[in-house]
Ligand binder design. Structure first.
Ligand code: URA
Length: 454
């Protein structure tokens, strides 16, 4: 077997065997296959795809390129959530402590911001002192003690993905369903979970802009999860406008804290409660033995339990314990006025009266990267204070000169261009737009169904 031969096979559209995929992945991790040949293989895969058997074998090989954490010493079903990424998507921050407060352990390994989308790790690191680089031993200790832990991918977790992902990022091979599925699921399956809830985004601000692509990705992810014996449910959700009002790392921490303290920001809380409800339902000891109807009502029950965890203050308390345990300085959460302010800020106002008909999430995500909230190059340093606070959401009435958004940055040279981009990201019309659902579909082992809370 040679790598040239396997690249050619994939280029011609052949299905590779598990042995052939093993040769490629182990060769790449071990350093016998260089980046240039791996890049060619990835590009061939980008155009030719993988069969579901190949995607399964690929995921398995990526998973076993590193350690698979064993959390069986912790009682109960461990459940995590993964989002394919969006703008203002801070859902993991309120969600994980809420679900943990319901008694379901949440071991979460998250990623950094990618392109125009934010990453949970960058948000957590906006809290002074918060350590996302725990060893596997510490990761196990924190989840055992508190019931929730949030860290980044360590060198032990799916190292093949870590190396391959960096290469995909610079070779335009990210947006490929089997590669995304293998990448996401190898990391999630390595965490020690028993079940998984997925939030697959669609719309302008998502990596899968069309609904059809999102369904295809959801089916690949859910199929792999279930095949590995982890009950997996996916939700296809809208990412055409940012989630909530805050974009940028510290802004999003503070918005999440507000939600954990009981503030109802409708889109954030709707999504948090549905994803959380599903996690609590999957975390039930005998969930698999319940009938379909009972499971549906369990989602409702799960949602109710999540709501109670916020109302009682238990979810916020969990969050505080986790932040303290991972080295974060809680005084900044309790006294946000202590946090350094950006050197420059500007408010963008409406040029006309009417209704906000669309807010371009992609454009706001790209602008917030430019402000300093994300990276343009891998080694860029994030400015945690940078970002955008929306004053209006889609459907809101607005008067001429009323604020649409305020942004924050330390980079004076981009203030004028950012103001222009943000103004253009809002469309204002004469009639209110039709309300479209935030949660579009649910995908499980039985297929894809429109989502409805009955
Ligand atoms: N997130 C991942 O972890 N991997 C991908 O390939 C895309 C998004």
């Amino acid at each position: 077997m040679t790598i040239n031969e396997l690249i050619r096979k994939k280029r011609e559209g052949a299905v590779l065997s598990p042995e052939e995929l093993h040769f490629i992945i182990s060769g790449y991790v071990g350093g016998t296959i260089p980046d240039y040949q791996m890049s060619a293989f990835l590009m061939a895969t980008f155009f030719r795809g993988m069969s579901s058997e190949e995607t399964y074998a690929f995921t398995q090989l990526m998973l076993h390129s590193g350690e698979v954490v064993d959390l069986s010493f912790i009682p109960g079903k461990k459940v995590d959530k993964h989002s394919t990424g969006g703008v203002g998507d801070k859902i993991s921050l309120p969600l994980a402590p809420i679900v943990a407060a319901c008694g379901v352990p949440v071991p979460m390994i998250s990623g950094r911001g990618l392109g125009h989308t934010g990453g949970t790790l960058d948000k957590l690191e906006a809290i002074p002192g918060f350590n996302t680089a725990l060893s596997i031993e510490e990761y196990k200790n924190v989840i055992a003690e508190i019931g929730v832990v949030m860290i980044g991918q360590t060198k032990e977790i799916a190292p093949a993905d870590k190396k391959m992902y960096a290469l995909r990022d610079v070779t335009a091979t990210v947006e490929c369903i089997p590669l995304i599925a293998g990448s996401i699921m190898s990391k999630k399956l390595a965490e020690g979970i028993d079940a998984l809830v997925l939030d697959i985004k669609t719309g302008r601000g998502a990596f899968m802009p069309t609904y059809e692509q999102a369904v295809e990705l959801a089916q690949a992810l859910v199929g792999i999860g279930n095949r590995f014996g982890k009950e997996t449910i996916g939700f296809i959700t809208d990412m055409s406008q940012p989630l909530g009002y805050a974009i940028g790392n510290w802004n999003e921490i503070m918005e999440s804290v507000d939600c954990l303290r009981g503030k109802n920001i409708p889109d954030i809380m709707e999504l948090t409660y549905v994803l959380g409800g599903a996690m609590v339902m999957l975390g039930q000891p005998k969930a698999d033995q319940l009938s379909a109807e009972k499971k549906a009502s369990s989602l409702k029950e799960g949602i109710e339990r999540c709501k109670n965890a916020v109302k009682s203050g238990a979810a916020y308390e969990k969050f505080v314990r986790m932040v303290k345990r991972q080295g974060g300085d809680i005084s900044f959460i309790e006294h946000p006025e202590k946090y350094l302010s950006s050197k420059f800020s500007r408010t963008v106002a409406a040029q006309e009266s009417g209704y906000v008909t669309t807010i371009d999430a992609l454009e706001l995500g790209l602008t917030s990267v430019q402000l300093g909230a994300g990276r343009m190059k891998v080694d860029d340093v994030i400015d945690p204070k940078a970002g955008i606070l929306l004053a209006k959401k889609t459907g809101d009435a607005v008067k001429k000169e009323e604020p649409l958004a305020t942004f924050f940055t330390d980079n004076k040279s981009i203030v004028d261009s950012a103001a222009e981009r943000i103004a253009k990201a809002f469309t204002i019309g004469n009639i209110p737009p039709q309300r479209s659902p935030l949660i579009l579909s649910i995908v499980d082992k039985n297929g894809v169904k429109p989502f409805a809370m009955s």
